[in-house]
Design a protein around this ligand. Structure first.
Ligand SMILES: NC(=O)c1ccc[n+]([C@@H]2O[C@H](COP(=O)([O-])OP(=O)(O)OC[C@H]3O[C@@H](n4cnc5c(N)ncnc54)[C@H](OP(=O)(O)O)[C@@H]3O)[C@@H](O)[C@H]2O)c1
Length: 298
């Protein structure tokens, strides 16, 4: 099996996605750094990545991909396959947050964030899986958050979208194991990326008039999180280590943060509970990882 991977990343214009693209391609992996509007609002970000690729002779390409559009995701995956013949790793990274009390989040805002943070993964995974299956291997990676395991007040819909992503990733983990395809979750803490500047405010503030003390929560959380944010290269280095971990040896969940808010404890408990449940349902064999031989005929 080739050790160098073909990696498809969503949301690569800034922040983690861009760092993943730089870090992975500098280690010799082929990277499709996808983003919205690379000819328009992200033209400078796309040009910077391509300039880096040319300067350092990296196998790093940009593609347009809006994860809220079925057609855009399909086209980006088809373009990457046409160019490289396969996608070994899909990194579901595109996402953003909404800050504010839950009741102030409008229905349209709720719909939009789920469409990006959760449905975006549904679309990307469905688009890449037939190609991974053909090659009898693949890795679905999900950039969740510590807020995919613990609840942070003032981030209701963001937290919900990441909890949903975690459930999807874990289900895929069990269902794809016998085909030799892996699914993992990365759970970063707070890191210094544009994410905090890109937070969308919950729009219907008229709903929060009666909340009194609870109205202090959004500002308090915003200050706390942005002031404790670490160096995002830590997350890119963790992603590189995961991508390079041999097939069949990857964990389901990786917490990456300077402080553990209890995520490891939740993950350890859930791992035990899930193993017991799969055993109780007599699904252990069906959900155990089997490494496929790419040369085999089945
Ligand atoms: N930084 C942290 O502290 C932290 C902690 C835990 C988890 N995370 C997660 O890490 C991921 C990356 O965030 P970041 O911190 O790197 O922040 P960021 O710099 O704001 O990056 C978010 C990326 O998502 C993209 N995006 C948003 N909507 C999209 C769509 N419809 N289609 C395609 N791309 C879209 C943005 O693209 P545009 O340029 O087009 O807007 C941008 O490239 C997110 O899922 C976030 O929830 C971040």
């Amino acid at each position: 099996m080739e050790s160098k991977q073909v990696v498809f990343i969503t949301g690569s214009s800034t922040g983690f996605g861009r760092l993943f693209a730089e870090t992975l391609s500098r280690q010799g992996h082929t990277v499709f750094a996808t983003m919205r509007d690379p000819q328009g609002k992200n033209a400078k970000n796309a040009a910077d990545l391509l300039a880096l690729a040319s300067r350092e002779s990296l196998s790093l390409f940009t593609l347009e991909c809006d994860v809220t559009s079925d057609a855009s995701v399909e086209l980006a995956v088809r373009s990457a396959i046409a160019q490289s013949g396969r996608i070994d790793v899909a990194i579901n990274n595109a996402g953003y947050g909404i800050i504010g009390l839950a009741e102030a989040v409008t229905i349209e805002q709720a719909r939009q964030i789920m469409d990006t943070n959760f449905m975006g993964c549904v679309r990307v995974n469905r688009a890449v899986l037939p190609h991974m299956r053909r090659h009898k291997r693949g890795l679905l990676m999900h950039i969740s958050s510590g807020a995919g395991r613990v609840v942070i007040p003032a981030f209701s819909l963001y937290t919900a979208s990441k909890f949903a992503m975690e459930a999807l990733a874990e289900t895929y983990r069990y269902e794809l194991a016998s085909q030799g395809i892996e699914s993992v979750v990365v759970e970063p803490g707070a890191y210094q990326t544009p994410v905090f500047g890109n937070l969308v405010a919950a729009a219907d503030q008229s709903r929060t008039d009666t909340y009194r003390l609870a109205n202090h929560i959004p500002a308090k959380m915003s200050d706390l999180l942005s002031n404790t944010a670490g160096d995002p290269q830590e997350v890119a280095d963790a992603v590189l280590r995961i991508v390079e971990t041999p097939v069949g040896q990857k964990k389901l969940r990786y917490r990456v943060s300077q402080a553990d808010l209890g995520v490891d404890e939740i993950n350890a408990t859930c791992e035990r509970v899930q193993a017991r449940l799969l055993d109780m349902f007599r699904l252990t064999a069906e959900t155990s990882f089997v490494q496929r031989d790419a040369a085999s005929a089945d």
